[in-house]
Design a protein around this ligand. Structure first.
Ligand code: MN
Ligand code: MN
Length: 306
């Protein structure tokens, strides 16, 4: 359970994420460089006394998740696109994770609405003792009622201190998981809707990484072998996900170093996730604290669309 101080910190982080998403909605537009968008939002988080919990994800059209700007990325937001902006922040490892979707063509209004309404449903269903599958079922039903498919292999996730994915997952479909959500647990829940197959597949495009070191002993060994780069990765975001952009001023050969560490299984590289049939994808996400009689929203994502 959270103590009072941690709860206050978490609410503060939630407020920072809310303001960051609001800023994202205000500045994103076709023609804008994805690099400028990511850096603006990441700096905005830092300017408020938090750190990004992961690099800002900007996932366009059939890309569902796990893309952040590369070093010197010249990708721009396309005309008529559907853009997911996924933002996380933390203070002392207390994480809030939330996302919004914008579209630059009104034909995607319903696709966005499907995921937004599903998140609204979650807010009403989520409370102590509810089986995980029931939350998935509520998301699935809402998205299908709008004529779209939920993405069945993307899930929400339990969050713990310094742990973005702490075990239990919240599906976007009824997956039969009878385990309950428990008072005091913190979940990021993220309905994804698509006009495609409802499945994402891995693409070999890597922009986000995290250390996968499981023991102090292993850390010592790796630090000895690879020296400063390991310490710099830890310094840039503890053991949470990071992007090479954050280290480019320190290392001219950062991509080379990172690839080597991936080859040695010291770093995990997140593949970009793309809709299998190249359907367009919408996503809305908030982080919730489970309460005995309901839940508390931390980023208040839904309030941005009232
Ligand atoms: Mn997220
Ligand atoms: Mn998430």
């Amino acid at each position: 359970m959270l103590n009072k101080e941690d709860l206050e910190t978490l609410r503060k982080v939630g407020d920072i994420v809310h303001k960051t998403l609001n800023r994202a909605l205000n500045i994103v537009r076709p023609g804008m460089k994805v690099l400028d968008l990511c850096e603006d939002l990441e700096n905005y988080i830092r300017g408020q006394g938090a750190r990004p919990a992961f690099p800002v994800n900007v996932s366009i059209n059939d890309v569902a998740a796990h893309y952040t700007a590369k070093i010197d990325d010249d990708l721009t937001i396309p005309e008529k696109s559907v853009v997911k902006i996924d933002v996380g922040a933390h203070i002392d490892g207390l994480i809030v994770d939330a996302a919004v979707t914008v579209s630059f063509d009104p034909i995607y209004e319903n696709l966005l609405k499907a995921a937004l309404e599903a998140l609204k449903t979650v807010k009403h269903v989520l409370k102590h003792g509810v089986p995980v599958r029931k939350i998935g079922a509520a998301i699935e039903k809402t998205i299908k009622a709008h004529g779209f498919k939920p993405i069945e292999n993307l899930t929400g996730h339990l969050i713990k201190r310094y742990e973005l994915h702490a075990g239990k997952s919240i599906p976007n479909v009824d997956n039969g998981d009878e385990r309950h959500v428990i008072e005091g647990e913190i979940y990021a829940i993220e309905p994804f809707a698509t006009n495609g197959a409802g499945v994402v597949i891995d693409y070999p495009v890597f922009t986000i990484y995290r250390l996968q070191i499981t023991s102090a002993k292993q850390l010592k060994k790796v630090q000895k072998k690879y020296g400063n780069i390991i310490n710099d990765i830890i310094e840039v975001n503890d053991h949470l996900p990071f992007t090479p952009r954050w280290l480019k001023d320190k290392y001219t050969n950062i991509l080379e170093l990172i690839n080597k560490l991936v080859d040695e299984n010291i770093l995990y590289a997140y593949p970009m996730l793309v809709e299998e049939k190249h359907g367009y994808v919408s996503q809305f996400e908030d982080t919730f604290i489970v309460k005995s009689d309901g839940c508390e929203e931390l980023a208040h994502t839904l309030d941005l669309f009232k």
